[in-house]
Design a protein around this ligand. Structure first.
Ligand code: GAP
Length: 493
């Protein structure tokens, strides 16, 4: 890969984005006045709009554009047996280890992976690879004592204390639990869902029958998921409370590979249609498959901290439905009228985190460039968000606060506000107001001046080029519609 970044550069890029997100109303640490809560974040005025736009786009593409995909909104709390059946109670674990000196907790596999990566970066590629594959074998065999031996043998140190004084490696279940009702013993113990998928599986027959669907068909939902991540880092990349957008596609047994390939290509195309450059996306094939899968890939994006998963496409076989049939003693079979057979469908899943998609979108949009010449060179920062995704579509900016310009500006604002999310602003210099809209990522600024009062025209300034054009007020609605509708994205799918 060209232009490999140093750790310092990676951190700077991330820090800059975090600061920008906070300063311009995108993302804040949760309960910040109490010093925040690790790996939990809140979305501000513009962040919540961007996130809603991303979720709406996903929903429209998955549900509205596919006649055989329907929606669901299932509860976060589910019967606790759900998680026994799905395997989460017994095996939704990460191996953790604590450093006794710094009292810091790490994921043992991440600690070893980072060490292996540092060896590869230092030219010891083979050694790095051997260590990583040894770790994978030990974790597969659940030999946690040997994982600790490996850490000690390689003298892998805690980055904080610099010592190799480690506790034993233990399995740590990532599910949060709580009590339902007033019973304080284990009988009332329930979990906060760690994925939205199980809500889809347990409703499979309800939805199939009531929405009159025939296999192959899909069920999609967007909702919160919770994981008690051992190491929560990299801003909203790994959170303890996050949102997933998942779709389970039910197919005839034996046809799952065809559909797996189909959804892999559909989803990759979707990311490209959103404007993610091709060289920043890649497909990562899973070598080690989860217990329920017979094929799995990740769609990865090149964040400043490396290529990382944004979306997973998994062929989940009939594992989940079979397990729920066994644990609930209720039939999960589908009668296929075309072949006159009963069977438990196989499932291909597409699963993307709304917050990771948000982070990818912000990184992609963040532009810093030098403008001007000679000693007039200055830096311009803006968010080059797709107009269909931008939180604010246009800002209406009267040049001055007098001569009837604010009234005219309000009139334009009122004409457009039903169809577009707008800002009206009439204080500060026009230059400062343009800069602020650039930083928020508003694609169009509409300036109202004295000529507007004479001929009903305004200037429209384009965020990316800063070019200004005179257009009639009557033409504004069509211009904004053309640029800001999802149709342009749909056409590329
Ligand atoms: N139902 C399958 C499933 O949950 P996953 O790979 O564990 O698969 C799917 O998660 C997606 O959810 C990931 O690709 C990622 O975008 C998002 N995700 C998972 N854990 C996350 C976390 N702790 N914080 C933010 N997003 C997360």
């Amino acid at each position: 890969m060209a232009n490999k970044k140093s750790k310092g550069e990676e951190n700077n890029e991330l820090k800059k984005l975090i600061a920008h997100a906070k300063e311009y109303g995108y993302v804040y640490p949760s309960s910040e006045i109490y010093d925040g809560l690790q790996a939990v974040y809140d979305y501000g005025a513009y962040g919540s709009e961007l996130k809603n736009n991303l979720k709406r786009l996903w929903w429209e593409c998955m549900v509205r554009l596919n006649e055989n995909v329907v929606g669901l909104d299932s509860a976060i709390f589910m019967h606790p047996t759900t998680w026994k059946a799905s395997g989460h109670v017994d095996s939704f674990n990460d191996p953790m280890v604590d450093n006794k000196d710094s009292k810091k907790r790490y994921r043992a596999d991440v600690l070893i992976e980072e060490y292996a990566e540092s060896l590869r970066k230092a030219g010891e590629v083979d050694k790095g690879n051997v260590i990583e594959s040894e770790m994978n074998q030990l974790l597969e065999a659940e030999d946690l004592a040997a994982v600790k031996d490996l850490i000690e043998r390689e003298d892998i140190k805690c980055p904080i204390s610099g010592t190799c004084n480690w506790t034993d490696v233990r399995q740590f279940n990532l599910m949060f639990d709580t009590q339902i009702g007033s019973v304080a013993d284990d009988s009332g113990k329930i979990y906060l869902r760690p994925e939205t998928a199980q809500g889809i599986f347990v409703n499979f027959l309800n939805v199939q029958k009531t929405a009159r669907q025939k296999v192959p068909f899909g069920i999609a939902q967007i909702g919160k998921a919770f994981r008690n991540e051992i190491v929560a880092r990299q801003f909203i990349f790994r959170m303890r409370e996050f949102e997933q957008m998942e779709m389970q596609f039910f197919v005839r047994p034996g046809e799952e590979m065809k559909w797996f390939e189909h959804w892999k290509s559909v989803r990759l195309k979707w990311h490209k249609a959103l404007g993610v450059p091709e060289d920043k996306l890649r497909i990562h094939e899973h070598e080690k498959l989860a217990h329920y899968a017979n094929a799995a890939v990740d769609i990865e994006f090149e964040f400043p901290f490396g290529f990382k998963e944004v979306e997973g496409i998994h062929s989940r076989t009939d594992f989940d439905l079979k397990q729920h049939q066994e644990f609930s003693k209720k039939k999960m079979q589908y009668f296929d009228p075309e072949i006159n057979q009963n069977y438990i469908p196989y499932v291909v899943e597409t699963s993307i985190g709304a917050d990771r998609l948000f982070l990818m979108t912000l990184f992609n949009a963040f532009v810093e460039e030098e403008v001007g010449e000679g000693d007039k060179v200055k830096q311009r920062t803006y968010l080059k968000l797709h107009p269909a995704l931008a939180p604010i579509k246009a800002a209406i900016l009267p040049l001055t606060k007098k001569d009837g310009l604010p009234e005219k500006g309000r009139e334009i604002f009122d004409r457009l506000r039903f169809d577009f999310n707008l800002i009206y602003e009439d204080t500060q210099s026009i230059g400062k107001r343009y800069t602020r809209q650039d930083l928020i990522g508003t694609p169009f600024c509409i300036a109202v001046d004295h000529q507007t009062l004479e001929d009903d025209t305004v200037t429209i300034r384009h965020r990316d080029t800063t070019e200004q054009k005179r257009v009639s007020i009557d033409a504004l609605h069509a211009r904004l519609s053309e640029a800001c509708s999802f149709t342009r994205i749909f056409e590329q799918l």
